[in-house]
Design a protein around this ligand. Structure first.
Ligand SMILES: NC(=O)c1ccc[n+]([C@@H]2O[C@H](COP(=O)([O-])OP(=O)(O)OC[C@H]3O[C@@H](n4cnc5c(N)ncnc54)[C@H](O)[C@@H]3O)[C@@H](O)[C@H]2O)c1
Length: 362
């Protein structure tokens, strides 16, 4: 079956690179190297344009997301390869919120795709589970829910203080993420979609999720659809992850369940993600942050960023190049050519070089 890409960019793509802060600046160049290696081999064209947005610029010039940046990215680039943001010199994290949340919301990147795939048996904390047992995709709604910042304080800083945080769920927002999950399952010939909510307690917001789910699933009769409350899902994912192909849920629950999944498959250093709006400029980032505790030491694990790049290549329709990156990562893990967080003794650049060579030799 030929799989239609989420972004039709043809044989040439333009990628904006925002490495950001801390280890973002160390792992992102390794990703660019790996992609170049994959692309050279396949005779496609890719242009990278780097942007120095991050803490240094914010502290120097007071600029986080420059004026006109969103329009420029939307109009001139196919995708954004992102590192991480966060710097102890900016305790408010203002620049990170402006740039990352700004791009997610203003580019309307409503899909947060977090694949969970165990590449080597030794990496899971689950007993008696092997690589074939842990392979599923989490789709987190990424544009609304509890993260829209609607709310307020009443009687702040008094003993009678009240804090309110609104959970915003639109029919359009719920429908498009549920439909995306089913479309993904259909495109990839996956059999099962599980929607998770807390409709037994959240009887308005998640009643909407229930009704939309029951309506949308009718259009995908070949797919087995299932509902689990989020607390049950958390238990079931740990008890037997083989039950799941695709999970779709709201912003908050997706944030948590995808981190649980990441840990089942080897932890932060390996976890990739995409912030996607099908057909539009989308942003791809490793799940980890800027890791100030190891920044500058040359030991950050670049594999999460490289797997993220694989997702970006899939998004562009360059699946065989994406597979090349994933296969090289699988080999690095098999041969234990890894950084200290995974028990190895290699540096970031050493691992990046090894991956790029492996990709070129394929
Ligand atoms: N998307 C993002 O840009 C993003 C995401 C999470 C956190 N942050 C920011 O990053 C900063 C640090 O946050 P944190 O410490 O909570 O999370 P973190 O992900 O940066 O680090 C958590 C732990 O995991 C380790 N780690 C993370 N990535 C690693 C890698 N690739 N290789 C080896 N070890 C790795 C770190 O050394 C640290 O011990 C904060 O400013 C936070 O706001 C940014």
């Amino acid at each position: 079956m030929s799989v239609k890409p989420l972004r039709e960019c043809g044989p040439a793509a333009r990628i904006a690179v925002i490495a950001g802060d801390g280890i973002g600046k160390e792992v992102t160049p390794e990703s660019v190297k790996a992609i170049r290696s994959a692309i050279t081999s396949a005779r496609r064209q890719i242009e990278f344009v780097e942007f120095d947005w991050g803490a240094d610029k914010f502290l120097r010039e007071g600029v986080s997301l420059p004026a006109g940046a969103v329009e420029m990215l939307a109009n001139e680039f196919d995708a954004i390869l992102f590192g991480a943001l966060g710097d102890p010199r900016v305790p408010s994290n203002q620049h990170a919120a402006d740039i990352l949340l700004g791009l997610r919301f203003k580019l309307d990147l409503f899909v947060n795709a977090r694949p969970v795939e165990l590449f080597h048996d030794r990496l899971t904390p689950l007993r008696d589970r092997s690589a074939n047992d842990i392979r599923f995709m989490v789709f987190r709604e990424n544009s609304e829910g509890l993260y829209v910042g609607v709310g307020g304080f009443f009687k702040k800083d008094t003993p009678d203080e009240i804090a309110v945080q609104e959970d915003v769920n639109s029919r359009k927002g719920v429908e498009r993420i549920i439909r995306h999950a089913f479309d993904y399952a259909r495109r990839n010939q996956l059999k099962r979609v599980c929607m998770s909510d807390k409709s037994n307690a959240m009887n308005f917001a998640h009643d909407l999720w229930q009704r939309v789910f029951k309506q949308v699933l009718q259009e995908y009769p070949e797919i087995e659809s299932r509902h689990l409350y989020i607390d049950t899902l958390a238990m079931e994912v740990v008890r037997d992850p083989r039950q799941f192909d695709v999970i779709v849920t709201c912003n908050l629950f997706g944030d948590i369940i995808s981190d649980l999944g990441a840990q089942l498959a080897g932890g932060l250093g390996l976890a990739p993600s995409g912030n996607i709006h099908p057909g539009r400029t989308s942003l791809f980032e490793p799940v980890h942050g800027s890791a100030p505790n190891i920044a500058g030491k040359g030991i950050a694990n670049p594999l999460g960023s490289i797997l993220t790049s694989g997702m970006m290549l899939d998004f562009l329709g360059w699946k065989s190049e994406g597979d090349a990156l994933r296969n090289a990562v699988r080999s690095a893990l098999q041969e234990n050519f890894v950084t200290p967080d995974l028990g190895g003794d290699k540096g970031t650049v050493e691992v990046g070089d090894w991956i790029a060579e492996r990709v070129a030799d394929r």
